[in-house]
Design a protein around this ligand. Structure first.
Ligand code: ATP
Length: 297
């Protein structure tokens, strides 16, 4: 049977700056985005039944046009008048509403998969352009790797990859609304901005320590006071030997970078045992056997 298996990978922000709030309400950002080896699994199959059917392992997610995976498939299939039906099997491992672009990544993977499955012959740029209509993070999720995102997040410039390291990821059991975070941010009054240019330089020099030293996310000024558990997880990761830690996107997921494998593994175990984070993962960056481990405390 014709079917396509996809990995929809999560992202973290190594740096996130908001330059200003525009008059139209959008925020102008400068972010360093990075794809990590933690992913949802998606299977696409053509179906004799008309339309799109979506099944997922998370019962609380929508299975209609409100699901970004469904929305992406429908957009492309409508545009190219695909007559066959489509089955989407979505197995989620990326935490939902976590600041890791899970939904955007599912949409991106489905765009790539539908293009291939039905022979639509769109290239990467054409898929990225269509992704923008679904969400600001979708073009990056199609592109993948490490990139500078500017504008409202849609202007992408590829960067050299994050050097080899271990990334510990921990998500506390709180729900953070991206809308709340951006609305509460006093973008035009921020006193400190992360050194994004310094981070770009560090990536060009493949200098992990210089990059880590400059990690910063202005959204922490809103999210940490509102959810102190985020600050506690950051402290814990530093105690456990992370070279630096940061909240990803609008949170609440926190990640820490480690240079030493054993230390990262120990930190992973201790983070799980500490119980403040509901999901804990350890992913490798730039090593051949990238594996994601998950636990639910
Ligand atoms: P970002 O980092 O882009 O802010 P996020 O990690 O905060 O993304 P998502 O997990 O992408 O957030 O999804 C947030 C909301 O989108 C959820 O409330 C969920 O109901 C809805 N949603 C729609 N489609 C999906 C999907 N395929 N996976 C996860 N959430 C989805």
């Amino acid at each position: 049977m014709r079917e396509i298996r996809l990995r929809a990978k999560a992202k973290i922000n190594l740096g996130l700056d908001v330059l200003r709030k525009r008059d139209d309400g959008y925020h102008e950002v400068r972010m360093i985005m990075h794809t990590i080896g933690l992913y949802d699994r998606i299977v696409l199959r053509p179906s004799e039944n008309e339309g799109i059917t979506l099944r997922t392992n998370l019962g609380f997610l929508p299975v209609n046009g409100d699901n970004l995976a469904y929305k992406a498939a429908k957009m492309l299939m409508d545009e190219f008048a695909v007559r066959e039906g489509l089955e989407i099997e979505l197995n989620k491992y990326i935490p939902v509403a976590a600041g890791m672009a899970g939904g955007s990544s599912d949409a991106a993977a489905v765009l790539v998969g539908v293009n291939r499955l039905f022979g639509l012959r769109l290239n990467k740029e054409e898929l990225m352009k269509r992704g923008r209509q679904i969400g600001a993070d979708v073009p990056f999720c199609v592109m993948r790797g490490t990139a500078l995102a500017e504008g409202i997040g849609e202007i992408l410039t590829p960067l050299p990859p994050l050097p080899e390291c271990y990334i510990l990821i921990a998500k506390p059991p709180v729900n953070v609304s991206t809308k709340f975070v951006y609305e509460s941010l006093r973008a035009n009054e921020l006193k400190e901005h992360p050194d994004i240019d310094g981070q770009i330089e560090a990536l060009k020099n493949q200098d992990l320590l210089a990059l880590a030293k400059r990690m910063g996310n202005v959204l922490e000024t809103v999210t940490i006071p509102a959810y102190p558990v985020i600050g506690r997880i950051k402290e814990k990761m530093l105690e456990l030997g992370a070279i630096n830690t940061l909240m990803s996107g609008s949170g609440p997921t926190v990640f820490g970078l480690f240079t030493d494998r054993q230390r990262a593994q120990d930190a992973y175990e201790k983070m799980r045992a500490a119980g403040e984070a509901k999901h804990v993962y350890l992913v490798t960056q730039g090593h051949s056997a990238a594996r994601a481990m998950e636990t639910q405390v």
